[in-house]
Structure formats: structure tokens, C-alpha cells
Write a protein that binds this ligand. Sequence first.
Ligand code: ADP
Length: 380
Amino acid sequence: MKFVRTHLAWKVFLSYLLVVLVGGVVLITAASLSVPAAFERHMASMNAIMTNGNTVGNNQQMQTELFSQYTAAVYEAVTYAVVAALIAAILASFFISRQVVTPMLRMMSLSHRIAEGEYEERLALPGGQQADQIDELGQLALSFNQMADKLEKTETMRRELIGDVTHELRTPLTAVKGYLEGLIDGVLPADPETYQQIHSEIDRLQRLVNDLQELSRVEAGAFQLLLTPVSPSSLIERIQSTLGRQFEDKNIQLEISVESDLPDILVDKDRILQVLTNLVGNALQYTPSGGKVTLLVRRERSDVLFSVKDSGIGITAEQLAFIFNRFYRTDKSRTRASGGSGIGLTIAKALVQAHQGKIWAESNGEGKGSTFSFLIPISR
Ligand code: ADP
């Protein structure tokens, strides 16, 4: 009987069947009751007719009598059947409309409330349906709830983004305003150093705006991957040539370990270089001089693993949970001072995911270094 409970069409069909059955049963019952009574009446009137002597006239009168008794019996039975079918139809349509109309009305009023910005409420399964036995209306309610979940999430993200952006913009703007007020009041000297400070704050603002633009493009998936077969070792060579010098300057050892005979991966070269530059750049930034950064590439089943391990400041277990969230920085004052906006890892994650890959971070805790790794599938 599960298919009856899970299909609205079956419920409607069963309600029609019920009306037909009730009408039929009442018709048969009424006919079986009214026909003997009509027969009795016919016999009684036949006796009365037989007692008067006119045979030809009697025959005709008896036929008319029989016909009228017969039609009266049929009408009586049909009337009972129609009344019973009508009652059954009223009950069945009441039941079906309650099953269909009530959830629809609820859905309508909830959609109005969602349109007005109230996202908390959800629809219950209609008619107390169980989760494993839901019909089309139940599925509609579930889809409606899913839509409401998505809308609520998008709205929350939108609100958080506006809050985050406002917060991030306010800090450098306040700094610039402070410098300018200092200059106007004559508290700060109008020398190259002051102008340099203002310039670097504006520079930070510009970087932030660029990062935000990139973030919104990447998060919305509004970018095209130019996929080409790329050898992993060529990526590492590029990173070494662009960042190697900075490692030397900061006196950090850059160790590179690339497995031999690695297959090519189908990636957007510039995008993967962007991810690697971010991870290696972070390792460089968050590792004190005299430290070590290891860049490792090897095959891991059907993927190529890229891993950047540093001996730097490390990340606590609580911080690890948020490290890929936008604007998240483990030490806000230090990283903001060094120009970090906390968007790089968010973009890196979106780019790796766009390649059907996976990215994660590990650390044994504060002061114990960190490892950032990502996997890129070999064949897609
Ligand atoms: P940012 O531009 O601030 O570096 P990211 O998104 O690249 O932005 O990094 C987010 C935060 O994660 C950083 O501000 C820093 O607190 C932390 N972080 C990233 N990489 C490392 C690392 N190798 N060691 C320690 N902390 C790191």
C-alpha cells in the first residue's frame, strides 16, 4: 500500500472509486429492498383488479400497474444511491481538498513571509506524512524548505559580507582620515614619511578592493578555467623562480621535493600558480628568518598532491577550523599590518574546488609550523 500513500494520483483515484462503490452498494441494497415491496404492492392491486369481471380491461390495467410499480421501485433505489454517492463525494472531496489545499495555502502564506524577509519558518510534511512515505505534495514541501534554506543562507552570507567589507574598509579609512586631520591640525609634520604612511594605507585599500573583486568573481563561479595539460614540476619551477629570491632575502631555506615521472594534470596553469603563490607566500610570511619551508609534490592514487610545509608560527586547532573563511586572520593586528586581508586562502579554496580538487591545512599548534596541501585529480 506504500505506492498509494506516496502518489497523489492514487489517492484521487481511490476517492472516486469510493464514491462509485458507495453508490453501487446503496443502489443494490435499495433495489433489493424496494423491489419486493413494489412486488407486494403490485400483487395486492392485481387481486383487487381480478375481483372485477372485465378480463380485457383487467389485463391492460395490470400491465400499467406493473410498470408503474417497477419504475417507482427503480426511482426509489436510484434516489437512495444518488444521495449516498453525494454524501460519499462530499466526504471524499473534503478529505482530498484538505490533503491538497491546506498545504498549498500554508505554502502560499509562507512564501509571502519569505518575500518579506522572514526566513526562519519551514513547512511541516502535509497530513502528518512520515519521512519515508511522502507523496508529491510532501516532496513539494521538502523542496520548498530546501529553497527557503538556500535563501536564508544566501541572505546571511550577503549580510555577513556587507558587515565584513564595511569593517575592513573602515580601518584604513580611519587611518587615512587620522593622518589628514593630523596634517591639517599641524600635529603631524608634512614630511615624506607621513605621506608615505598615507600612501601605504591607500595602497592597502586598493589591494583590498582588488581582492574583493577577485573574491566575488571566484565565489560566484564567474570565471573560466583555461584547462591545458601541465606538468607539476613546471609549476614548481615557476614558483621557485618568482619567490626563490625572497626566501634568500629572509634567510629561509626553501626545500623542494618533486616525485619523478609525475603525469601531467589538466589545469588552468595561471590559477594553480595563483594558489601555489598564495600558499608559498604565506609560508614565507609566517615563518621567521632562519626557518624552513618544504614544497612537496607527489602522486597520491588518482591525484597529484601539492604540499607546503613550514616551520613558522603555526595555527591552533580552533583557528584551523576558520582558516579558509574570508577575512579570517589568526592575528588580526599583525597580518593587517603586513597587508594581509584574509582573502587569499578563500580564493585558493574556490580555485582548487573549481578544479574538482580538495584543499586543507594542518598544524601541530602555535609555534609548531603549518602544512597547507591540495589535491588535483589527474584525469577528469
Ligand atoms: P592573508 O592575506 O591575511 O595572508 P590568507 O587568506 O592567505 O590571507 O590567510 C589567512 C590567515 O591565515 C592569515 O592571515 C594567517 O593568520 C593565517 N595563515 C595563512 N597561512 C599561514 C601559515 N603558513 N602559517 C600560519 N598562519 C597562516
